[in-house]
Design a protein around this ligand. Sequence first.
Ligand SMILES: NC(=O)C[C@H](N)C(=O)O
Length: 471
Amino acid sequence: MELQKLSNGNHHDVAVPVEGGVPPEEEKFLQHNDGGSKRAQFTDFEGKTSFGMSVFNLSNAIMGSGILGLSYAMSNTGIVLFLILLVCIASLSCYSVHLLLCSAGVVGIRAYEQLGMRAFGHPGKILAAVVITLHNIGAMSSYLFIVKYELPLVIQAFLGQTSSSDDWYMNGNYLIVIVTVCIILPLAMMKHLGYLGYTSGFSLSCMVFFLSVVIYKRFNIACPLEVFGNSSVTTTVPEDSCTAKFFTINQETAYTIPILAFAFVCHPEVLPIYTELSNPTKRRMQNIGNVSILGMFIMYFFTAIFGYLTFYENTEAELLHTYSKVDPLDTLILCVRLAVLVAVTLTVPVVLFPIRRALLQLLFPGKPFHWLRHIAIAVCLLVAVNLLVILVPNIRDIFGITGATTAPTLIFILPGLFYIRIIPTDQEPMNSRPKIQAVLFATLGFIFMTMSLTFIGIDWTSGEKRNLGGH
Ligand SMILES: NC(=O)C[C@H](N)C(=O)O
């Protein structure tokens, strides 16, 4: 692909693709000096999505199954260390969005894979597409996994049954197929991600409900826990198992970073959302990123702390399970489980969009939009994810590994490397502050990735299995 340089009279030169390689809607990404103010203009793809809807979509992309592991992470770090790590990962996540937006501004195309192409040629494009595909398929599978195991239990409890039956509506495999066909597929067929703003808003309100109940339950569940069915038996618990720790380190502390990194991944969705934004400027998109990350930071912190202050040492890797242990038939908890199910189900189509875009860029570069391709890719992806969740029993472990590798790659390594390679050295030499920061940022990603993989390795060799990174 040849790139023709245009001067935007501003900080960066803008390169416009002149032939092949990108869908026409992404061509002619121009920035021009509009009365002295920096403005980006897209002459043939006019995004129509508002600021608010984009915030909903990005927040929905951030918020997913990751939220369920946060209280557990806090129980292994203590409140203060958790808060420090949460602030660090959230800020680094915003910085990563900044790097992506700067690189996209120079390349002139708002697609993660095209940044890879510009930075490292075809291998870079393929690497970006593969990492996005693996990560987002992992995230989608983790959401459907929750549906597969939670929905039958919720139905069972609503029907007032205490044990599961052989009825089809108690079979998680049938249920995920039904949910996929009736809810996810129609949403995934939408032409633009922007249309999902309403469902994303609804998904977020379900999570707000979840958070409210987590807060409410903090004042309703007594610690030490009276496990359902055992309420008359007082279990002896260690003295300190119901006191909050401010700072603690144990074997499981190592999982905190992968859990937090996974919880903040939204980077594959950033550029597709930017493409559809109305009045798209870098600053406006950065604000969308900052507002979404800040909003989710607040929700994450409150969920983690109130969940932790309910169960303390007894917090399990998956918060919902811990509640069910107390009373599986509690109606409020059932409603919360349903709300989480709705929220994660509505996140699936948002997470599917970047995979489809990556596949389109790989398999059909430069081809205009075509409904058949658009729908066929969504159908194939959903069939594949359903089959994975139905047929692979240890899918959690598989995606535990990919989550630990792809999350740091998407947040730290690729944005850092792309920035270093894409921003011309005559503008920012290698020894300039932004470039050095980007190098450190990518290095941090490598360190996180190596750390996570080492800990999984140790865990596996010692024969234990844990729920890592939200998967
Ligand atoms: N969008 C993703 O990749 C994962 C999301 N951050 C989650 O917590 O589930």
